[in-house]
Design a protein around this ligand. Structure first.
Ligand code: NAI
Length: 465
């Protein structure tokens, strides 16, 4: 039997890893082509230096690329050849017009639909992999039907992705669940079966959940909203802990033992980041507002407000501890990615903490094991509108952490990279002006040992005596 021909439009953090695992697990039963309009990104996928860092990804790509996994800019050709088309393009928060600041921008989804309609010469199953507002499948359906060649039929499925960056490959290899939503018609059910068969190459059938299209679309927004809410909830507790001498790690341990709550995602921090949480909650907020459910919108909006506040609270603590002035003081920033094991900086808390510190004239020495200097420059300039030159004046990016920390007034940990725990802080302490400050925005360091060395320590949700 001929292999199932799969095309994925969008070679990003989701499309690349997802299709690599589909190719690995599907073997000679599938042929997967990942396409993108970004030539540089495709060239990187075809090189030894992949465009994204994910533990385990290199090995999977090396095993499959050129055999049953291909990366290409030939969008039209891949659409023509495919039976199944994943749409895995970006759906950022709209920065203009109606819904500016909260609605998801689905223009890239729409242009995919138009391309699929234009180039399809036979029936296709079109799969929404991107996170989209509820009922986007209806938009896709209307565009496809209005523009397709006569006699061509489409079935649209929703198959949101639940992988987390940093653990994408293991999440894809053994997912908690795969969700497939489709129409309740016989054709819709047949399409669901066709997509399910792709996952059944490695995912046990009882982990493949099928629903109607709208439940599937909304479940992705709901999952991210619930996850982010948990972080904002524990971060809200961290502020109360700091004011009462309770310790947020102890509180998290105590409440996490409740089996109804569970222990995961209770780590207080400088705030959540990443391209999804804020965007998807705002997407939900917009949906609720447009359904006239304003109390529902306000409820979820508060999760984002609390996160912004947590970031600002952290930078304010740094400034206050340093005697209310950080102007011209060297502050070392350890970690710029939004979490460990990724080089992704989208919506990273580090960007906003650095922005506040730059507003106060601090000299920032930044080190991150996986983020490139150009990316840091770009991110900090994007929050310095009109005064981009301050980034050149105030920021240096280092490839050696000891160089970044050398002689700093303060060190601030903003990402929970494991390597930070292994540093020789006694050696660093010797180079720093006194009092030497350490701000642990992720609560990962050994505070008692550092205190012994002489550091003044501030952590999240606890007093370090
Ligand atoms: P990304 O920005 O890394 O990748 C999207 C890619 O689509 C880009 O390379 C872009 O050039 C390409 N693209 C845009 N329009 C195109 C077109 N018309 N034709 C061909 N290529 C086109 O985005 P990422 O992070 O992969 O996210 C994709 C979707 O998956 C989003 O909706 C996101 O919300 C969702 N998602 C993201 C997760 C994550 O951890 N990043 C996790 C789960 C879902």
């Amino acid at each position: 039997m001929a292999p199932t021909n799969i095309c994925c439009i969008g070679a990003g953090y989701v499309g690349g890893p997802t299709c690599s695992v589909i190719a690995l697990k599907g073997g000679d039963q599938v042929k997967v082509t990942v396409v993108d309009i970004n030539q540089k990104r495709i060239a990187a996928w075809n090189s030894d230096e992949l465009p994204i860092y994910e533990p385990g990804l290199d090995e999977v790509v090396q095993q499959c690329r050129g055999k049953n996994l291909f990366f290409s800019t030939d969008v039209a050709g891949a659409i023509k050849a495919a039976d199944l088309i994943f749409v895995s393009v970006n759906t950022p928060t709209k920065l203009y017009g109606l819904g500016k600041g909260s609605a998801a921008d689905v223009k890239y989804i729409e242009s995919c639909a138009r391309a699929i309609a234009e180039h399809s010469e036979g029936p296709k199953i079109v799969i929404e992999k991107s996170t989209v507002p509820a009922r986007t499948a209806e938009t896709l359906d209307r565009i496809l039907r209005a523009n397709c060649k006569p006699g061509i039929t489409f079935e649209i499925l929703s198959n949101p992705e639940f992988l987390a960056e940093g653990t994408a490959i293991s999440d894809l290899m053994s997912p908690d669940r795969v969700l497939i939503g489709g129409s309740t018609t016989p054709e819709g059910q047949k399409a669901i079966q066709a997509l399910s068969a792709v996952y059944e190459h490695w995912v046990p059938k009882d982990r493949i959940i099928t629903t109607n299209t709208w439940s599937s679309e909304l479940s992705k927004l709901a999952a991210n909203a619930f996850l982010a809410q948990r972080i904002s909830s524990i971060n809200a507790m961290s502020a109360i802990c700091e004011a009462t001498e309770a310790d947020v790690s102890e509180v998290a341990r105590a409440i996490g033992k409740d089996s109804r709550l569970g222990a995961k995602f209770l780590q207080a921090s400088v705030g959540f980041g990443g391209s999804c949480f804020q965007k998807d909650i705002l997407n939900l907020v917009y949906l609720a507002d447009s359904l006239n459910l304003h109390e529902v919108a306000d409820y979820w909006r508060q999760v984002v407000i609390l996160n912004d506040w947590q970031e600002r609270r952290f930078s304010t603590r740094i400034i206050k501890a340093l005697f209310n002035t950080v102007s011209s003081k060297k502050i070392c920033i350890l970690g710029f990615a939004f979490k460990k094991n990724t080089g992704d900086t989208r919506e990273s808390a580090a960007i906003y903490v650095c922005q506040h510190l730059m507003d106060e004239g601090a000299q920032l020495a930044i080190y991150d094991p996986k983020v490139k200097a150009e990316q840091i420059d770009l991110d900090l300039k994007s929050v310095s509108q009109g005064q981009e030159d301050r980034v050149d004046r105030l920021v240096t990016v280092h490839s050696d952490p000891y160089e970044a920390m050398d002689g700093a007034h303060a060190v601030a940990v903003l990402t929970e990279w494991d390597e930070f725990k292994t540093y020789d802080f006694a050696k660093v302490y010797a180079t720093m002006p006194k009092p030497a400050f350490l701000f642990d925005g992720r609560n990962i360091l050994d505070h008692a040992a550092l205190r012994q060395m002489g550091f003044e320590i501030e952590a999240i949700g606890k007093k370090i005596h």
